[in-house]
Design a protein around this ligand. Structure first.
Ligand SMILES: [Fe+2]
Ligand SMILES: [Fe+2]
Length: 211
């Protein structure tokens, strides 16, 4: 059997990282608002939805970063596959939010590169010790994201059935991601970390709502 030198190993790992970074495909599910009629909305209502969906799009950019970071430092093949599968579903969310923003002639957040790189780093950091800690981090993230989406469902104008359908589907996926992490042995993470995660998410939400 061929023995790899340290340089070979480094090269294999860096190719692996590049592959993960740029090769996440969406799982290809249909746009939830595809067959839903676009109701009339005032310009100010449209603006609210554009801003809220910019925040959600930024959240999904972060989800990509987090799951990619987790996948890079997964300790087992099974964990890596689990992370990449969830990243694919998050890619659907990213595309759906982007699509809705385009339909309403809005723009995505200028901070997206920052959210993405920061999230890759956070994902790697939380996967550094072992897979169960990473799963604990995921379970908490998904719990917070599901609660956040619920708040947006309550904020969108009543006639916006399209955004409603997208957020509803995303929320149910995030709940499912949290349950999956729990089923795979997620460890409970310290409450101080949960608080820091909440504060970090709040900074991201405020910034992305504006720009
Ligand atoms: Fe998501
Ligand atoms: Fe998720």
């Amino acid at each position: 059997m061929k023995k790899y030198s340290s340089t070979d190993k480094l090269l294999i790992k860096s190719n692996d990282i590049l592959n993960i970074l740029f090769n996440i495909k969406s799982s290809g599910r249909n746009y939830p608002a595809k067959d839903i009629h676009e109701n009339e909305m005032s310009e100010s209502d449209k603006k609210i939805v554009r801003n809220l969906m910019r925040v959600n799009h930024a959240g999904e950019v972060s989800a990509q970063g987090l799951y990619i970071g987790h996948a890079i430092l997964s300790k087992t093949k099974e964990q890596k596959e689990l992370m990449l599968n969830m990243a694919s579903e998050e890619k659907d969310h990213l595309e759906w939010c982007g699509h809705r923003i385009k339909e309403l002639k809005g723009q995505t957040s200028v901070f997206n590169p920052l959210w993405f790189t920061g999230s890759v780093a956070i994902g790697m950091l939380s996967s550094f010790t072992n897979d169960k800690n990473a799963l604990g981090f995921i379970e908490e993230t998904e719990k917070q994201v599901a609660a956040h989406l619920e708040s947006h469902i309550n904020k969108i104008p009543k006639q916006d059935n399209k955004t409603f359908a997208i957020l509803k589907k995303m929320r149910s996926d995030e709940i499912h991601h949290g349950i999956t992490a729990q089923k795979h042995g997620a460890k409970n993470i310290p409450s101080i970390i949960k608080k820091i995660m909440n504060i970090t998410a709040d900074v991201m939400k405020v910034a992305s709502f504006r720009l």
